[in-house]
Ligand binder design. Structure first.
Ligand code: ADP
Ligand code: MG
Length: 311
Protein backbone atom coordinates (compact mmCIF):
# COMPACT_ATOMS: atom_id res chain seq x y z
CA UNK A 1 0.00 0.00 0.00
CA UNK A 2 1.39 3.43 -0.82
CA UNK A 3 2.24 5.71 2.09
CA UNK A 4 -0.47 8.10 3.23
CA UNK A 5 0.05 11.83 3.51
CA UNK A 6 0.89 11.38 7.20
CA UNK A 7 3.16 8.44 6.44
CA UNK A 8 5.13 10.60 4.02
CA UNK A 9 5.51 13.39 6.57
CA UNK A 10 6.55 10.94 9.30
CA UNK A 11 9.01 9.00 7.20
CA UNK A 12 10.78 11.76 5.34
CA UNK A 13 10.32 15.08 7.10
CA UNK A 14 9.22 14.88 10.76
CA UNK A 15 10.98 13.64 13.88
CA UNK A 16 14.11 15.73 13.63
CA UNK A 17 15.37 17.71 16.58
CA UNK A 18 15.19 21.46 16.12
CA UNK A 19 18.67 22.89 15.77
CA UNK A 20 18.04 26.62 15.56
CA UNK A 21 17.23 28.11 19.00
CA UNK A 22 14.76 30.59 17.46
CA UNK A 23 12.48 27.67 16.56
CA UNK A 24 10.41 26.59 19.55
CA UNK A 25 7.91 24.18 17.96
CA UNK A 26 8.30 22.32 14.66
CA UNK A 27 6.35 19.76 12.63
CA UNK A 28 3.36 18.08 14.24
CA UNK A 29 1.00 20.80 15.37
CA UNK A 30 -1.28 23.11 13.43
CA UNK A 31 1.41 25.79 13.40
CA UNK A 32 5.09 26.05 14.19
CA UNK A 33 6.22 28.58 16.81
CA UNK A 34 9.24 30.86 16.59
CA UNK A 35 10.69 33.33 19.07
CA UNK A 36 12.22 36.26 17.21
CA UNK A 37 14.94 37.79 19.41
CA UNK A 38 14.52 41.38 20.53
CA UNK A 39 16.00 43.87 18.09
CA UNK A 40 15.61 41.51 15.12
CA UNK A 41 13.09 41.43 12.32
CA UNK A 42 11.62 38.37 10.63
CA UNK A 43 12.43 38.13 6.90
CA UNK A 44 9.97 35.96 4.91
CA UNK A 45 10.07 34.74 1.34
CA UNK A 46 8.55 31.95 -0.78
CA UNK A 47 9.36 30.35 -4.11
CA UNK A 48 7.51 27.69 -6.09
CA UNK A 49 9.01 25.28 -8.61
CA UNK A 50 6.70 23.54 -11.07
CA UNK A 51 7.75 20.50 -13.10
CA UNK A 52 8.17 21.42 -16.75
CA UNK A 53 8.32 25.13 -15.92
CA UNK A 54 11.16 25.49 -13.40
CA UNK A 55 12.79 22.09 -13.73
CA UNK A 56 12.95 19.27 -16.24
CA UNK A 57 10.67 16.28 -15.71
CA UNK A 58 12.78 13.37 -14.52
CA UNK A 59 15.60 15.47 -13.10
CA UNK A 60 17.62 14.21 -10.13
CA UNK A 61 15.42 14.62 -7.02
CA UNK A 62 18.46 15.14 -4.75
CA UNK A 63 19.56 18.14 -6.81
CA UNK A 64 15.97 19.36 -7.00
CA UNK A 65 15.65 19.29 -3.21
CA UNK A 66 18.91 21.22 -2.92
CA UNK A 67 17.97 23.82 -5.51
CA UNK A 68 14.47 24.38 -4.17
CA UNK A 69 15.91 25.29 -0.79
CA UNK A 70 18.94 27.14 -2.20
CA UNK A 71 16.83 29.59 -4.22
CA UNK A 72 14.86 30.48 -1.11
CA UNK A 73 17.93 30.87 1.10
CA UNK A 74 19.37 33.07 -1.65
CA UNK A 75 16.47 35.52 -1.19
CA UNK A 76 17.25 35.71 2.52
CA UNK A 77 20.96 36.16 1.75
CA UNK A 78 20.31 39.11 -0.55
CA UNK A 79 18.58 41.01 2.27
CA UNK A 80 21.41 40.14 4.67
CA UNK A 81 19.13 37.88 6.71
CA UNK A 82 20.23 34.81 8.65
CA UNK A 83 18.15 31.74 7.62
CA UNK A 84 16.27 30.14 10.50
CA UNK A 85 13.42 27.94 9.30
CA UNK A 86 11.55 26.73 6.23
CA UNK A 87 8.17 25.24 5.43
CA UNK A 88 7.68 22.88 2.52
CA UNK A 89 4.47 22.48 0.52
CA UNK A 90 4.68 19.36 -1.64
CA UNK A 91 2.21 18.48 -4.36
CA UNK A 92 3.01 15.02 -5.70
CA UNK A 93 1.40 13.13 -8.61
CA UNK A 94 2.17 9.79 -6.88
CA UNK A 95 4.05 8.37 -3.92
CA UNK A 96 7.49 7.38 -5.20
CA UNK A 97 9.50 6.44 -2.12
CA UNK A 98 12.88 6.47 -3.81
CA UNK A 99 12.16 9.91 -5.26
CA UNK A 100 10.98 11.21 -1.86
CA UNK A 101 14.07 9.87 -0.08
CA UNK A 102 16.47 11.52 -2.51
CA UNK A 103 14.50 14.75 -2.57
CA UNK A 104 14.41 14.90 1.25
CA UNK A 105 18.15 14.08 1.42
CA UNK A 106 19.07 16.93 -0.93
CA UNK A 107 16.78 19.36 0.84
CA UNK A 108 17.71 18.44 4.42
CA UNK A 109 21.42 18.19 3.74
CA UNK A 110 21.51 21.86 2.67
CA UNK A 111 19.17 22.85 5.51
CA UNK A 112 21.52 21.23 8.03
CA UNK A 113 24.52 23.07 6.65
CA UNK A 114 22.79 26.40 7.33
CA UNK A 115 21.20 25.38 10.69
CA UNK A 116 17.76 25.76 9.13
CA UNK A 117 14.93 23.65 10.55
CA UNK A 118 12.05 22.32 8.49
CA UNK A 119 9.21 23.42 10.78
CA UNK A 120 6.10 22.54 8.78
CA UNK A 121 4.41 22.35 5.44
CA UNK A 122 1.65 20.72 3.49
CA UNK A 123 1.42 17.51 1.46
CA UNK A 124 -1.16 17.07 -1.30
CA UNK A 125 -1.61 15.16 -4.53
CA UNK A 126 -1.58 16.78 -7.95
CA UNK A 127 0.91 17.86 -10.64
CA UNK A 128 4.45 17.96 -9.20
CA UNK A 129 4.78 21.38 -7.57
CA UNK A 130 7.18 22.35 -4.80
CA UNK A 131 6.86 25.44 -2.65
CA UNK A 132 9.21 26.56 0.07
CA UNK A 133 8.68 29.42 2.44
CA UNK A 134 11.87 30.55 4.13
CA UNK A 135 12.14 32.56 7.33
CA UNK A 136 15.19 34.43 8.50
CA UNK A 137 16.16 37.09 10.96
CA UNK A 138 17.94 40.37 10.39
CA UNK A 139 18.83 43.18 12.82
CA UNK A 140 16.07 45.77 12.97
CA UNK A 141 16.36 48.15 10.00
CA UNK A 142 19.52 46.35 8.89
CA UNK A 143 18.13 44.55 5.84
CA UNK A 144 19.57 45.50 2.45
CA UNK A 145 16.84 46.74 0.15
CA UNK A 146 16.66 47.13 -3.61
CA UNK A 147 15.89 50.81 -3.18
CA UNK A 148 19.10 51.92 -1.51
CA UNK A 149 21.49 52.46 -4.44
CA UNK A 150 23.01 55.97 -4.71
CA UNK A 151 24.48 57.73 -7.74
CA UNK A 152 28.24 57.12 -7.69
CA UNK A 153 27.96 53.74 -5.93
CA UNK A 154 30.12 51.01 -7.38
CA UNK A 155 28.32 47.84 -8.48
CA UNK A 156 29.77 44.54 -7.28
CA UNK A 157 28.91 40.89 -7.78
CA UNK A 158 30.06 37.66 -6.13
CA UNK A 159 31.22 34.66 -8.16
CA UNK A 160 30.95 34.30 -11.93
CA UNK A 161 28.22 35.38 -14.29
CA UNK A 162 26.58 33.01 -16.74
CA UNK A 163 27.73 29.65 -15.38
CA UNK A 164 24.15 28.54 -14.77
CA UNK A 165 23.08 29.96 -18.14
CA UNK A 166 25.73 27.83 -19.80
CA UNK A 167 24.57 24.86 -17.70
CA UNK A 168 21.07 25.31 -19.10
CA UNK A 169 22.45 25.53 -22.68
CA UNK A 170 24.32 22.26 -22.03
CA UNK A 171 21.14 20.61 -20.72
CA UNK A 172 19.45 21.82 -23.92
CA UNK A 173 22.12 20.20 -26.09
CA UNK A 174 25.05 22.64 -26.39
CA UNK A 175 28.26 20.65 -26.68
CA UNK A 176 30.72 21.97 -24.09
CA UNK A 177 34.17 20.41 -23.64
CA UNK A 178 34.25 20.99 -19.84
CA UNK A 179 30.64 21.09 -18.68
CA UNK A 180 31.32 20.24 -15.01
CA UNK A 181 31.33 23.67 -13.40
CA UNK A 182 28.45 25.05 -15.45
CA UNK A 183 26.21 22.06 -14.74
CA UNK A 184 27.09 22.15 -11.06
CA UNK A 185 26.23 25.84 -10.81
CA UNK A 186 22.95 25.26 -12.69
CA UNK A 187 21.89 22.18 -10.70
CA UNK A 188 23.29 22.97 -7.33
CA UNK A 189 23.66 26.70 -6.57
CA UNK A 190 25.14 27.72 -3.21
CA UNK A 191 23.14 30.46 -1.48
CA UNK A 192 25.46 33.38 -0.66
CA UNK A 193 24.35 33.60 2.96
CA UNK A 194 27.81 34.35 4.43
CA UNK A 195 28.40 36.97 1.78
CA UNK A 196 25.06 38.68 2.40
CA UNK A 197 25.80 38.87 6.11
CA UNK A 198 29.31 40.22 5.42
CA UNK A 199 28.10 43.18 3.34
CA UNK A 200 25.20 44.13 5.61
CA UNK A 201 25.82 47.69 6.81
CA UNK A 202 28.24 48.28 3.92
CA UNK A 203 26.14 47.77 0.78
CA UNK A 204 23.45 50.35 -0.02
CA UNK A 205 21.38 47.91 -2.10
CA UNK A 206 21.53 44.21 -2.86
CA UNK A 207 19.70 41.63 -4.95
CA UNK A 208 20.31 37.99 -5.78
CA UNK A 209 20.77 37.10 -9.44
CA UNK A 210 17.86 34.78 -10.15
CA UNK A 211 16.48 36.18 -13.42
CA UNK A 212 19.73 37.47 -14.89
CA UNK A 213 21.93 40.50 -14.21
CA UNK A 214 20.17 42.79 -16.69
CA UNK A 215 16.79 42.06 -15.17
CA UNK A 216 17.82 41.93 -11.51
CA UNK A 217 20.09 44.99 -11.57
CA UNK A 218 17.18 46.63 -13.40
CA UNK A 219 15.07 46.09 -10.26
CA UNK A 220 17.66 47.90 -8.12
CA UNK A 221 17.76 50.78 -10.63
CA UNK A 222 14.00 51.09 -10.81
CA UNK A 223 13.53 51.04 -7.04
CA UNK A 224 16.45 53.40 -6.50
CA UNK A 225 15.52 55.82 -9.29
CA UNK A 226 18.90 55.60 -10.99
CA UNK A 227 20.77 54.13 -13.98
CA UNK A 228 23.96 52.11 -14.38
CA UNK A 229 27.02 51.64 -16.52
CA UNK A 230 28.58 48.18 -16.67
CA UNK A 231 32.14 47.38 -17.77
CA UNK A 232 32.18 44.20 -19.85
CA UNK A 233 35.89 43.61 -19.20
CA UNK A 234 35.30 43.55 -15.44
CA UNK A 235 32.50 41.01 -15.48
CA UNK A 236 33.87 37.74 -14.06
CA UNK A 237 33.40 34.91 -16.56
CA UNK A 238 34.44 31.29 -16.20
CA UNK A 239 36.74 29.88 -18.90
CA UNK A 240 33.93 27.68 -20.23
CA UNK A 241 31.62 30.71 -20.58
CA UNK A 242 34.35 32.67 -22.41
CA UNK A 243 34.75 29.72 -24.76
CA UNK A 244 30.98 29.56 -25.31
CA UNK A 245 31.02 33.25 -26.30
CA UNK A 246 33.96 32.73 -28.67
CA UNK A 247 32.22 29.80 -30.33
CA UNK A 248 28.74 31.29 -30.61
CA UNK A 249 29.22 35.06 -30.55
CA UNK A 250 26.40 35.13 -27.97
CA UNK A 251 28.10 37.55 -25.56
CA UNK A 252 24.87 38.74 -23.95
CA UNK A 253 24.07 35.24 -22.59
CA UNK A 254 25.78 35.84 -19.20
CA UNK A 255 24.00 39.20 -18.84
CA UNK A 256 20.55 37.77 -19.59
CA UNK A 257 20.60 34.21 -18.28
CA UNK A 258 19.23 33.54 -14.81
CA UNK A 259 19.86 30.99 -12.08
CA UNK A 260 23.33 32.12 -11.00
CA UNK A 261 22.15 33.05 -7.48
CA UNK A 262 25.14 35.29 -6.94
CA UNK A 263 24.68 38.58 -5.09
CA UNK A 264 24.78 41.93 -6.90
CA UNK A 265 25.20 44.94 -4.61
CA UNK A 266 26.15 48.58 -4.60
CA UNK A 267 28.68 50.25 -2.30
CA UNK A 268 29.84 53.87 -1.95
CA UNK A 269 33.37 54.13 -3.45
CA UNK A 270 34.85 55.26 -0.12
CA UNK A 271 33.60 52.02 1.49
CA UNK A 272 34.93 49.55 -1.04
CA UNK A 273 37.86 48.55 1.19
CA UNK A 274 35.31 47.42 3.80
CA UNK A 275 34.16 44.62 1.51
CA UNK A 276 35.83 41.52 2.97
CA UNK A 277 34.38 38.95 0.56
CA UNK A 278 35.57 38.09 -2.96
CA UNK A 279 33.54 40.30 -5.29
CA UNK A 280 34.17 41.93 -8.66
CA UNK A 281 33.49 45.62 -9.29
CA UNK A 282 31.52 45.54 -12.56
CA UNK A 283 30.09 49.02 -12.93
CA UNK A 284 28.79 52.22 -11.41
CA UNK A 285 25.41 53.72 -10.56
CA UNK A 286 24.66 56.81 -12.65
CA UNK A 287 22.06 59.53 -12.65
CA UNK A 288 21.14 58.83 -16.29
CA UNK A 289 18.35 56.24 -16.28
CA UNK A 290 18.68 52.88 -18.02
CA UNK A 291 21.54 50.43 -18.24
CA UNK A 292 24.56 50.79 -20.48
CA UNK A 293 27.46 48.46 -21.13
CA UNK A 294 30.96 49.47 -22.25
CA UNK A 295 32.42 46.82 -24.49
CA UNK A 296 35.28 47.01 -27.02
CA UNK A 297 35.34 50.80 -26.79
CA UNK A 298 31.61 51.19 -27.46
CA UNK A 299 28.75 51.94 -25.14
CA UNK A 300 25.55 49.96 -25.84
CA UNK A 301 22.19 50.30 -24.15
CA UNK A 302 21.20 47.16 -22.28
CA UNK A 303 17.63 46.26 -21.42
CA UNK A 304 16.42 43.28 -19.49
CA UNK A 305 15.64 41.67 -22.83
CA UNK A 306 19.18 42.23 -23.98
CA UNK A 307 21.17 44.94 -25.61
CA UNK A 308 19.11 46.97 -28.09
CA UNK A 309 21.64 48.06 -30.63
CA UNK A 310 25.15 49.41 -30.87
CA UNK A 311 25.29 53.16 -30.68
P1 ADP B 1 -3.11 20.72 8.99
O1 ADP B 1 -4.11 19.82 8.34
O2 ADP B 1 -3.44 21.12 10.38
O3 ADP B 1 -2.67 21.85 8.13
P2 ADP B 1 -1.34 18.65 8.24
O4 ADP B 1 -2.08 17.45 8.64
O5 ADP B 1 -1.38 19.10 6.82
O6 ADP B 1 -1.77 19.83 9.18
O7 ADP B 1 0.18 18.47 8.64
C1 ADP B 1 0.56 17.91 9.87
C2 ADP B 1 1.88 18.47 10.29
O8 ADP B 1 2.87 18.12 9.34
C3 ADP B 1 1.89 20.00 10.37
O9 ADP B 1 2.74 20.38 11.43
C4 ADP B 1 2.49 20.41 9.05
O10 ADP B 1 3.13 21.66 9.15
C5 ADP B 1 3.47 19.27 8.78
N1 ADP B 1 3.71 19.02 7.35
C6 ADP B 1 2.82 18.65 6.39
N2 ADP B 1 3.40 18.45 5.20
C7 ADP B 1 4.72 18.69 5.41
C8 ADP B 1 5.87 18.67 4.57
N3 ADP B 1 5.80 18.36 3.26
N4 ADP B 1 7.05 18.99 5.12
C9 ADP B 1 7.13 19.32 6.41
N5 ADP B 1 6.12 19.36 7.26
C10 ADP B 1 4.90 19.04 6.77
MG1 MG C 1 -4.68 22.34 11.16
Amino acid sequence: MPLSEFGIIERYFAGRELINPINKLGIGDDCALLQVPEGQQLAVTADTMVEGVHFFAGCDPYLLGHKLLAVNLSDLASMGAEPVAVTLALTLPKVDEEWLQRFADGFLQLAGRYSVDLIGGDTTSGPLTLTVQALGVVPQNGAMRRSGAKVGDLIFMTGHLGDAGLGLKIRQGYDCSDPGQALCRFDSPEPRVKEGRAIRGIAHACIDLSDGLASDLGHILKKSGAGARLWWDKIPLAASVKRYIEETGDWTMPLLAGDDYELCFTVAPENRAKIKIPAACIGVIEDERGMRIEREGRISPLTKKGYEHFS
